[in-house]
Design a protein around this ligand. Structure first.
Ligand code: LMR
Length: 465
């Protein structure tokens, strides 16, 4: 049965709550300021039109928004007693999904709709920190088909925290109101064991941002515990081949903690997001060479998403020509270019007053698309992945950004034909040492004994500058 809703929502009361900070994406300090709103909707009828109507038609649905429960859980804004069966459909056939939000609680049969006959099987995408700024950009891209393609229906499973639950409901409502044809299900909640159920992609954005006076070791511990817990939850309930993209900082070590706590999921399925750094490096090279950034290729970010990351200009190309042959200013490449890319996040925080959010979301899209579409011939992309089996001599058992290629099946392989010089080797070693030190710092979270935290002094996230 296919149901097309016609909806109109009439807000009766809007209450403003005082300012609060979300416990959410670590790449962004999420401050919903001055207020977020909770809105109650008055009830009227729920009406349906015939199943043959196309998804793009206007919909009208009046519903009563359920009052916020003291312990947030996944629940619907449409209650089963409010749902009337459309003409010709027996009410008993109109089932609700147990974990869902609002309009997405309705049961439908994708195959019954003309428009969806050529669609692929629906995929489950879980997003943590879903009420935060990065997610606010990302979710609508996911729902639109921009990421997984115009024939890929999607279920979004949104994980928030108790404090952010009202905002999470707001996000789900905006998703409802956007009428995305490909977005078939939305569920929200604060329990990773519920939200990660059957997830085929897990985009782990939520983490605590480093606060004033907080030691980096403290951040590693606090966020490490979140990612240990989420690793366990993924291990228990996600699809066994789930692909995990860790965005919350410090993302490399968080990814390591996550994968160590998820022994049933292949370690190579875990990624730490360094695509934003790659994009930043491409932009700087394009600026210097005076070309549009689509002419820049083969850029690798090596190492940690921190100020020791190494933007590799040696292997990068502009118009297919090695960068050092196009930009004949080695000093600029080694010093200014490298520094600008390494510290871009911090400069941006100074300008914005918060971490990057839109560009981070775009880079998550790029990172996923690089795994679900074949890599263009001769090119590659950077992603932070588990080092075991890498051909570059990088220490094993850490998560390190390296050059990869994909045939578009969600998997990847390391690129073989990269060159190194002494400068590049030395820089890579520094980032490697940093990650080995971070790893020792979280040994209690990876099941490797007692943590010993002796971090190099200049270990910083880009945002800590
Ligand atoms: C970025 O690179 O923009 C962020 O990771 C910065 C930060 O520390 O939040």
């Amino acid at each position: 049965m296919c149901i097309d809703l016609i909806s109109s929502v009439s807000p009766s009361k809007t209450s403003f709550l005082s300012s609060f900070t979300l416990f959410a994406p670590s790449m962004a300090v999420v401050d919903l300021n001055p207020a977020y709103t909770t809105t109650d909707f008055t009830n009227s009828n729920l009406s349906y039109v015939s199943s043959s109507a196309r998804l793009s038609h206007h919909r009208r649905l009046s519903f009563r928004h359920l009052p916020r429960s003291p312990t947030p859980a996944i629940r619907c804004s449409v209650t089963s007693d409010q749902i009337q069966a459309p003409v010709g459909v027996d009410a008993k056939d109109l089932k609700q999904k147990p974990e869902c939000f609002g309009v997405f609680c309705l049961t439908y049969d994708l195959k019954a709709e003309d428009q969806t006959k050529s669609w692929k099987k629906m995929i489950n995408v879980a997003v943590s920190g879903a009420a935060g700024m990065i997610s606010n950009h990302l979710l609508f891209k996911l729902a639109s088909g921009e990421v997984f393609g115009p024939d890929q229906p999607i279920a979004l499973k949104l994980l928030g925290s108790e404090r952010s639950f009202g905002a999470l409901e707001g996000v789900a409502m905006e998703l409802e109101d956007s009428l995305y044809p490909l977005l078939r299900e939305v569920s929200i909640g604060i329990d990773p064991y519920e939200i990660f159920q059957d997830a085929e992609w897990a985009l782990l954005i939520g983490a605590k941002p480093r606060g004033p006076g907080m030691e980096r070791a403290g951040l590693l511990d606090i966020n490490g515990q979140i990612f240990a817990e989420q690793g366990k939850a993924l291990n228990a309930v996600a699809s066994p081949n789930v692909k995990v993209m860790v965005v919350g900082n410090p993302c490399n070590t968080n990814a390591l903690i996550c994968l160590k706590n998820a022994p049933n999921i292949p370690a190579k399925n875990f990624h730490a997001l360094t695509r934003l750094d790659e994009n930043r490096a491409k932009c700087q090279l394009a600026l210097k060479a005076g070309v549009f950034y689509d002419k820049v290729s083969n850029v690798t970010i090596w190492g940690n998403h921190s100020t020791t990351q190494v933007p590799d200009f040696l292997n990068a190309k502009i118009h297919g020509v090695p960068v050092p042959e196009v930009i004949r200013d080695r000093k600029w490449l080694e010093e200014e270019f490298t520094h600008v890319v390494q510290t871009r996040g911090g400069v941006l925080i100074k300008k914005w007053g918060r971490s990057s959010a839109a560009s981070t979301a775009v880079s998550i899209v790029d990172a996923i698309r690089s795994l679900v579409t074949p890599t263009p011939e001769g090119d590659w992309f950077s992603t932070g992945v588990y080092t075991n089996g890498n051909p570059y001599g990088i220490a094993e058992d850490i998560v390190f950004s390296m050059p990869c290629r994909s045939n578009g099946d969600g998997d990847y392989e390391f690129v073989k034909d990269v060159i190194f010089d002494d400068y590049l080797r030395k820089k890579i070693k520094k980032s490697e040492d940093e990650l080995l030190a971070e790893k020792k710092c979280v040994a209690h979270l990876t099941g490797e004994g007692i943590a010993v935290c002796d971090l190099p002094e200049d270990t910083m996230l880009p945002g800590e500058m």
